[in-house]
Design a protein around this ligand. Structure first.
Ligand SMILES: Cc1cc2nc3c(=O)[nH]c(=O)nc-3n(C[C@H](O)[C@H](O)[C@H](O)COP(=O)(O)OP(=O)(O)OC[C@H]3O[C@@H](n4cnc5c(N)ncnc54)[C@H](O)[C@@H]3O)c2cc1C
Length: 483
């Protein structure tokens, strides 16, 4: 998020002084590292939790269309960035990979068909195919068909227009662009406190984690893009808009395999339905993942638990985030979210054999020696408070102060895929006096800015074709991975 904002601001204002402060010794080593997330370029093509079934049997596609619109903004900016030397070879961070929804059982097949019909008229979802034929299923997903009992009906929704994204590589390249153009980068430095001065500017207290040396930085504007660390920093800053917000950390674990006989048989990101009562981040998926030019398979996520808000955080993160203003909301969530607690306890008790058992729902022939468990990143689910009634929010929330001098991002999903619209939102809210003068340049980068592509099919065709070519995602593209 910070890398995206830094690059966008550098493109708009080449002379502004920008400093990045990162507590770790390298860039993007927390949630954005490719092993810490699933790398799904979330465009709502396959995630069934974005298309819930209503009590009257209809399928609500509002969320899916909204997420896809946000994805289109990121996709356009990355295309511009590649064409203009901000980013390097697209193969180093984005790869085309079909996105697939998968269900089994008669009722679920019926739901998937109705979902397909509900999305069919929308240009953003035009490439989606509904498939319930066993032979075609086996042709497209050989690993998932092997040893499958087809006496139970199965169906998939398939689109060729999905992607796998290495958000770590993307972030490093964006930071590199800023650093080459005068952005100061302070790695191994942690922000410990923020104080607003009478003129509205901020004094940021930072500590060199290796030497213990303290320093102060002055800034007219601060963006707290600290991932799981953002809530505590916004609280320390005394940000009014962050009052009442709390966080609840859930870590992710994935089974992974690089066995060539498996990666060759499965080239898709296949998302299923979450178990009944489980939260959206528990949607099981079997993914092709491209990391450093090498294909992997990933299955999960399985939930883990730790009070840390960052993978490399501190066990006091959760207790330290509890304040007088969010205590009631957190307790309220604790008392009302029984299904989440039950789900977490169930996940923590899983044995290796049970995890392979869950994988077999997708790949019935899976055997234990082919797979290893990898601990992914921490997701801090946002608890939004209002009069003591806490609500657990699984989405992403941008907070900006009324004076526009500080902003921060909480939450995790859809996540890195929507970094560009989220940061454009920060720019609009915090740099209102500059935004209109930036608009013409921003529209060169994101031609659809300010419009809904679902309502502008011609513009959609145009930006889609441009993005596919620039990002080497069109079908004629050379699919050789970057080394
Ligand atoms: C299991 C899992 C699966 C996911 N799958 C997907 C997916 O498929 N697609 C998708 O789009 N998103 C996914 N996400 C979400 C996505 O990873 C995050 O939304 C995104 O990476 C967040 O980026 P960020 O810049 O906000 O945070 P981060 O990448 O975590 O960066 C925050 C940085 O701030 C630093 N920091 C923290 N505190 C301080 C401090 N006090 N001082 C200095 N530096 C500090 C951290 O060290 C870190 O480097 C997933 C997340 C998880 C955990």
């Amino acid at each position: 998020m910070s890398a995206t904002l830094g690059a966008l601001l550098r493109l708009m204002e080449p002379d502004w002084s920008i400093t990045l402060v990162e507590r770790l010794d390298g860039a993007a080593a927390e949630s954005s590292d490719p092993w810490n997330n699933a790398g799904t370029g979330h465009s709502a093509l396959c995630e069934l939790n974005y298309t819930p079934q209503q009590s009257d049997g209809s399928v609500d596609i509002t969320k899916a269309v909204g997420v896809n619109e946000q994805w289109q903004v990121s996709r356009q900016f990355w295309a511009y960035a590649v064409e203009n030397g901000v980013l390097g070879d697209p193969r180093s961070f984005i790869n085309p990979i079909p996105h697939v929804s998968f269900v089994h059982g008669r009722d679920n097949v019926d739901y998937l068909k109705r979902r397909h019909e509900a999305l069919a008229g929308n240009p953003l979802f035009r490439s989606s195919e509904f498939i319930d034929d066993e032979a075609e299923f086996a042709r497209r997903l050989p690993l998932m068909a092997e040893k499958r009992d087809f006496s139970e009906p199965v169906a998939i929704n398939w689109t060729d227009e999905g992607t796998d994204v290495d958000f770590g590589s993307l972030s490093r390249q964006l930071l590199g662009y800023g650093a080459q153009r005068g952005m100061t980068t302070l790695f191994g430095h942690e922000v410990r406190d923020l104080r607003q001065q009478s003129d509205g500017s901020w004094t940021v207290k930072i500590t060199n984690r290796r030497t213990g040396q303290n320093r102060k930085l002055d800034a007219k504007f601060v963006f707290v893009g600290a991932g799981g660390g953002a809530l505590n920093l916004l609280q320390k800053a005394g940000m009014k808009e962050a009052k009442g917000f709390g966080g609840f950390p859930v870590s992710g674990k994935f089974l992974r395999s690089d066995k060539p006989h498996l990666t060759a048989q499965h080239q898709a990101k296949v998302y299923g339905l979450p178990p009944v009562g489980a939260p959206p981040m528990s949607v099981p998926h079997l993914d092709t993942r491209m990391i450093n030019g090498k294909p992997w398979l990933l299955f999960g996520p399985f939930a883990g638990w730790s009070p840390k808000f960052l993978k490399q955080g501190d066990i006091l993160d959760l207790p330290e985030s509890i304040t007088l203003t969010n205590f009631a909301s957190i307790v309220n969530v604790g008392l009302t979210q029984w299904s989440l607690l039950q789900y977490l306890v169930g996940q923590l008790m899983l044995s290796d054999a049970e995890r392979i058992g869950a994988l077999r729902e997708f790949a019935p022939s899976a055997i234990d020696p082919d797979w290893e468990l990898n601990v992914a990143g921490q997701r801090v689910q946002v608890i939004c408070g209002s009069k003591g009634k806490g609500v657990l929010n699984f989405g992403t929330t941008v907070l900006a102060s009324a004076d526009g001098r500080i902003a921060g991002l909480l939450g995790a999903s859809p996540g890195a895929s929507i970094a560009v619209p989220a940061m454009l939102d920060v720019m609009e809210r915090c740099f209102a006096e500059h935004f209109s003068s930036w608009l013409p340049r921003l529209k060169e980068m994101v031609p659809s800015l300010g419009t809904e592509l679902a309502k502008e099919p011609e513009l959609f065709d145009e930006v889609w074709a441009w993005g596919s070519k620039a990002l080497k995602l069109d079908k004629s593209a050379d699919l050789t991975p970057a080394g």
